[in-house]
Ligand binder design. Structure first.
Ligand SMILES: NC(=O)c1ccc[n+]([C@@H]2O[C@H](COP(=O)([O-])OP(=O)(O)OC[C@H]3O[C@@H](n4cnc5c(N)ncnc54)[C@H](O)[C@@H]3O)[C@@H](O)[C@H]2O)c1
Length: 259
């Protein structure tokens, strides 16, 4: 018996660096997986590779009609929806607030915040029909502090904390748990490719060397936490925030000989 036998999991941004890791791991643990995303070619290739318990669903998280198609598609393919992972996200090109145009601000909030709101709204009735389930919203360590030149991204991820807690209160009596994960710097295209319009990628100026665990995070690090939080092992956990950052938020780890 595997941890997610007879469970159906929808992962948004499911073809991305972390999303595809989550999809593969849920599938390996027995789940039916719905790969929600924009990139039909990559999504179909991943679904083909995984086989009969996998489907790609074209899903733009900012578009309510896209959600209205994806959730019933998951239910009709596999009989129920048990887990939603709101993973899709975009970063803004780094810029001071006074140099950030409203279109950029709106685009980042639309994907990271409104996309998650629409996902919870669309999935909650299906999770209720399944007699309960779990939602995990992928936020960021940037939701726990300020980061210069990332105001739209930081604000969107902070807002997810309030949305997560509110959803946890509204859905708890229906046996639906809602939590957030706050990754630090994870090695995916997100940090290795510049945001649209940006000159440099985050990985070009971020060094993990000063931190307690001096390496970049890997998607699999986040996946392991996600699988725990969505499994029955986490049955008493809701409305909570899980940081996974190798000690980034602790600040630099000065060694005794240099302190
Ligand atoms: N990589 C990091 O260092 C890091 C750190 C903290 C949080 N995060 C968060 O982790 C999540 C996953 O990011 P990643 O690192 O895998 O990056 P990624 O760029 O590889 O993946 C992001 C995915 O989101 C998808 N996406 C973007 N807009 C979408 C939309 N409108 N509808 C559907 N899908 C859309 C992209 O197509 C892509 O597949 C994001 O929410 C990101 O904010 C990443």
């Amino acid at each position: 018996m595997l941890r997610f036998d007879n469970q159906t999991v929808l992962v948004t941004g499911g073809t991305g660096g972390q999303g595809s890791s989550h999809v593969r791991a849920f599938h390996a643990e027995g789940a039916n997986v719905v790969i929600g995303g924009l990139d039909a070619e990559r999504g179909a290739a991943l679904a083909d590779e995984l086989g009969t318990r996998a489907r790609f669903a074209r899903l733009d998280v900012t578009d309510e009609s896209s959600w209205a198609a994806a959730v019933p598609a998951a239910e009709s393919a596999f009989g129920a929806l048990n887990v939603l992972v709101n993973n899709a996200g975009v970063q803004n090109p780094p810029a001071a607030i006074e140099n950030t145009d409203q279109a950029t601000w709106s685009r980042i909030l639309d994907v990271n915040l409104t996309g998650t709101f629409l996902g919870i709204k669309a999935a909650a009735p299906a999770l209720r029909r399944a007699a309960g389930g779990a939602i995990v919203n992928i936020a960021s360590t940037m939701a726990l502090g300020g980061t210069a030149h990332y105001a739209p991204y930081v604000a969107s991820k902070w807002a997810l904390r309030g949305l997560t807690r509110t959803a946890a209160l509204e859905l708890g009596r229906d046996h639906i748990r809602v939590n957030s994960i706050h990754p630090g710097v994870i090695s995916t295209p997100f940090i290795h490719e510049p945001a649209a319009g940006a000159a440099a990628a985050i990985a070009d100026f971020y060094s993990p060397e000063p931190f307690a665990i001096p390496r970049l995070g890997e998607p699999a690090d986040v996946t392991r936490l996600l699988l725990f939080l969505t499994s029955s092992e986490a049955a008493f956990i809701t409305g909570s925030e899980y940081v996974i950052d190798g000690g980034l938020l602790l600040g630099p780890a000065l060694q005794a000989e240099t302190a």
